[in-house]
Design a protein around this ligand. Structure first.
Ligand code: IMP
Length: 407
């Protein structure tokens, strides 16, 4: 049975949630393999707004087991709050619905505290992601399995002491005292410990039994620690490599699906050559409701960057692409796409005539206005990967699927 990976091809927020949600209904297993509570995916359940940050989107489908893989960093108090929201919406969670790798590293309240104080200001989400991965790679991180260690209390106090000394010497001030965070932190770890285990073994066994598996990427390739716009990146591997290291199982990825918006956005600092810091950008932000699901920040908006998409296809070996938010371009007279850069590094654009009409009634690619089809045909021929789906609105049904290409 098929294994599919859904990855962001730009700077995150490409609309992966909707695609993962659509695919998850046919999956037995959905796995997050990197990142943590920096991700954000808004869903409406029984009329209530629920924002998923760490829990894979398969949680919304009853028959699906969801795994937070070893490549993720887990913020236990935030995870419990997320579980509570789901519980309020009628989705109760136990180990038949959610498992957490006991090798996943723990984000502590001190990581969060540090994230707002240290380092170059790259506009992080402030969720402690960078400091937690720093500790992981410095081989002094705390893993969920450490909770079983008889010296657990000492582990937390050592962590506190190290950060206190470092913060003091760097002039960051003093972190919260152990009594202000350890008891609640312990309680939250205790609560999630029944969900922890050797998830690689579960993944392997389900895959061997032919169960369909979906790997749900968070953030996007241009935020990847190795391949993104370093140092303006997140601290994990959000491209295809992370799918292997972050699960601990070699899964043949039959469907490598890259998701990209019909234009481009990014939050936080860093290069963005097609950015439109003007009326066009504002129009895109308002039409596309481009405000961060995790931080509420305005997203920076601009035109599609085709060389960037090509790079993303090269890194990830995408064999299917999905374009999202195409409807958000419907009011533009002229639509631009960068096709190269000049000697100064400025984007060179190709202009397309806007289609100026709603796409909401289109059921197939050939139903789309001709000018819209020209835009899609051009993108597809440039990136040389077929479009398996075209999202034309926020609702589940507002998507044109190319059935022959769909997992
Ligand atoms: P961090 O992941 O919080 O360390 O933030 C590093 C960079 O990645 C910042 O520019 C963030 O705005 C960006 N970032 C992190 N998570 C997401 C996401 O889910 N969507 C978009 N940008 C993100």
């Amino acid at each position: 049975m098929a294994v599919a990976a859904v990855l962001g091809a730009q700077w995150g927020d490409e609309g992966k949630g909707k695609i993962v949600d659509l695919l998850a209904q046919d999956m037995s297993l959905v796995i997050r393999f990197q990142g943590g509570a920096n991700a954000g995916h808004t869903v409406y359940l029984a009329g209530q707004k629920v924002v998923l940050h760490q829990i894979p989107s398969g949680i919304l489908h009853e028959c699906c087991l969801n795994i937070i893989g070893n490549g993720c960093v887990v913020d236990a108090p935030a995870l419990i709050a997320e579980m509570q929201q789901l519980d309020n919406a009628g989705f109760s969670i136990d180990s038949t619905r959610l498992m957490i790798s006991d090798r996943a590293h723990l984000v502590t309240p001190l990581h969060r505290w540090l994230d707002t104080r240290s380092g170059v200001d790259i506009g992080t989400t402030g969720r402690g992601i960078g400091p937690c991965y720093e500790d992981k790679f410095a081989r002094r991180g705390i893993r969920l399995l450490d909770f079983r260690n008889s010296e657990w209390d000492q582990v937390l106090h050592n962590h506190h002491e190290r950060i206190r000394i470092m913060a003091d010497s760097c002039g960051f001030g003093l972190p919260p005292e152990p009594s202000q965070w350890i008891p609640r932190f312990n309680e939250s770890i205790q609560q999630i410990s029944s969900l922890s285990g050797d998830t690689a073994q579960i993944i392997e066994s389900m895959h061997k039994r032919g169960k369909p598996v979906l790997l749900e990427g968070a953030q996007g390739t241009m935020l990847d620690i190795d391949h993104g716009t370093y140092p303006y990146v997140t601290s994990s591997s959000c491209s295809i490599g992370g799918a292997f290291t972050g699960t601990g199982v070699f899964l043949p990825l039959d469907f490598r699906i890259g998701i990209f918006k019909a234009y481009a956005t990014r939050v936080g600092s860093g290069p963005f050559t097609t950015e439109q810091d003007n009326e066009i950008g504002k129009h895109l932000r308002e039409t596309g409701q481009e405000y961060g699901a995790t931080t509420g920040r305005d997203r920076r908006c601009g035109w599609l960057d085709i060389p960037l998409l090509k790079l993303s296809c090269r890194i990830n070996g995408f064999n299917r692409m999905v374009i999202t938010k195409l409807d958000c371009l419907s009011e533009f007279e002229v639509i631009r796409a960068a096709i190269s850069t000049d000697k100064q590094g400025n984007p060179v654009y190709k202009d397309f005539e806007g289609w100026n009409c709603s796409l909401s009634t289109c059921m197939s690619r050939t139903d789309l206005p001709e000018k819209c089809q020209l835009y899609l045909d051009f993108i597809e021929s440039e990136i040389d990967v077929p479009l398996a789906a075209i999202s034309i609105g926020p609702e589940r049904h507002q998507i044109i699927l190319e059935k022959s290409l769909w997992p």
